[in-house]
Design a protein around this ligand. Structure first.
Ligand code: 5GP
Ligand code: MN
Length: 321
């Protein structure tokens, strides 16, 4: 069983690095912080944490979050006995942290994305799990590792955010039971809800209102999309995670089948965030080298925002919607 293999490899590794994905969300951050806590408590050793992107302020309440280093403050020549990735669907989602993954003596990939091809020595992937946090909860329970309040806070956050506050179709009986286990340990749902969903800055909300106001519709309003340009982010002084939740707002329109947001990364590089009500958008994003889940996926396209929109619409129109 791979769970016991994970136990053995952590036990025998002196230096361990855990990596989360680029543009981190609540699932990857809850998971990386939970790994740090569990390794400290069950193995009496400190691991190191790495994320190539800036950590959104929203998640500053998570235990161990201040331990996460960026690549700039990391010695890239180091070699780790073990590198663990959490919620990382594909190697390129590590960003340049992949250099450290590639050099590691041993690698483990813990995830729940159906598009994850298993790129590590040990792969623990459960595509039926709501979140990487739920996969971790299964592992910790399976191995009888003690889940304290700090770990429970991290895992609850991971499950809460990846299920869209227990609304999406990954809100299974098991996901809710897992979250309930964390509440039994002492997590207070209303406190975490406030920290994540009712702590936005004024600029953030006004910025999203602006983005929503310029939404374009096509295919009889079945497709809704908007754009996010660097200059607008600067104008509104919006935070790094300013697009978080934006695509969902376009999907909320009754006629919408597919919603997407194209964010300018630079003149020739755009990030697409796609959501749907029933169509497989992971498959569309895979055409561009991305992936994710059936109803929530993303990709990075090496094109301007305008050309990216054209290419995405072409792919959508090839399918029945
Ligand atoms: P978001 O739109 O919130 O950035 O991502 C939605 C889902 O798609 C997440 O589960 C995320 O892991 C996945 N995803 C987003 N961007 C990419 C990408 O560039 N490549 C892959 N493989 N998955 C992505
Ligand atoms: Mn996830």
């Amino acid at each position: 069983m791979s769970y016991s293999q994970l136990n053995d490899i952590i036990k025998s590794s002196k230096n361990i690095l855990v990596i989360s994905h680029i543009n981190p969300d609540g699932d990857t951050l809850g998971s990386i912080c939970a790994m740090s806590e569990i390794i400290r408590n069950n193995f009496k050793k400190e691991c190191e944490l790495l994320c190539v992107s800036k950590i959104p302020k929203t998640y500053e309440f998570l235990p161990n979050i201040s331990k996460i280093k960026t690549l700039e403050s990391f010695d890239k020549s180091r070699e780790f006995d073990l590198v663990i990735t959490v919620d990382v669907a594909a190697p390129d989602r590590m960003g340049d942290a992949k250099i450290l993954f590639d050099k590691a003596k041993s690698t483990t990939n813990i995830d729940h994305h159906k598009t994850n091809k298993g790129f590590a020595n040990l792969n623990i992937i459960d595509p039926d799990a709501s979140s990487c946090g739920e996969v971790l909860a299964d592992i910790f329970k399976g191995l009888d590792w003690k889940i304290n309040l700090e770990t429970a806070t991290c895992l609850y956050t991971a499950i809460l955010t990846d299920t869209g506050s227990f609304r999406y179709d990954n809100t299974t009986e098991k996901a809710l039971k897992s979250a309930a286990d964390m509440i039994a340990i002492g997590v207070k749902p209303s406190e975490i809800y406030k920290k994540i969903y009712e702590s936005s800055s004024k600029n953030h909300v006004l910025f999203q209102a602006y983005c929503i106001s310029k939404t374009e519709f096509c295919e009889n309003d079945k497709v809704a999309y908007t754009t996010v340009f660097k200059k607008d982010i600067e104008k509104f002084n919006a935070p790094e995670d300013c697009t978080e939740g934006l695509t969902e707002k376009l999907r909320a329109i009754v006629t919408t089948e597919i919603a997407f947001v194209v964010r300018q990364l630079n003149a020739n590089m755009s990030k697409v965030s796609m959501r749907s009500k029933s169509k497989d958008v992971a498959e569309i994003c895979e055409v561009f080298g991305g992936g994710g889940h059936k109803l929530a996926a993303g990709c990075v396209v090496k094109c301007s925002v305008e050309d990216t929109i054209k290419k995405i619409l072409e792919e959508i129109k090839k399918r029945e919607i």
